[in-house]
Design a protein around this ligand. Sequence first.
Ligand code: ZN
Length: 220
Amino acid sequence: MSPRHHLDAATLVSHAAGALSPEMSAVVALHLAGCAECRASLARADAIGGVLVEQQHPAHAQGAQHARLRDAMLARLDEPAPQPAAPANADGDPDRLPAPLHPYFGASWRALKWRWMGPGMHYIRTLGPSGGTMLLLRIGPGRRMPVHGHQGSELTQIVRGAYDDALGHFAAGDVADLDADTEHQPVTAPGEACICVSALDAPLRFPGWFARRLQPLFGI
Ligand SMILES: [Zn+2]
């Protein structure tokens, strides 16, 4: 089934311009592998990403002109485009993690070393090459997550299972590319654990919901 929740245009353009961290790019690659719609958008973003890089040189344009150019480029991403064929599935081994996750978590589901986070909740956290955090979460079926906000740079791809929140139903293949101020409370679907992977840009930063719980304690 085709994903219903996609990368937003700004993320695709940043990816095309090479401006995302390796961790963010890994989550983007994971989504792209299963989403013809975002691959088509990326093809357009590739064409304009170079122009965005040009814009970063102040000599090329003034601020207001930057904004107009950027808006025009983002608008172009909303135009329909032919959908390229999906890439062939490299292998059908059910124990094999998706390739973009191998540098962070290895290649085998069975070999994963899950850590306990709470009732029915497990996680694995690794630091990426740029110091960003990759977080693999496994939430049991029918669980209600704590209400949490999202800090500036968090990108979450659903790998298995599903959850629902105020933004809709997120199933395997969907990506949650959320604004910084979005607050939500996912409830995992019954029957199957929900596994998702999040890229967090800043090092040593807890996921949004965890940080929020700590804020009153530390006055941050
Ligand atoms: Zn997509």
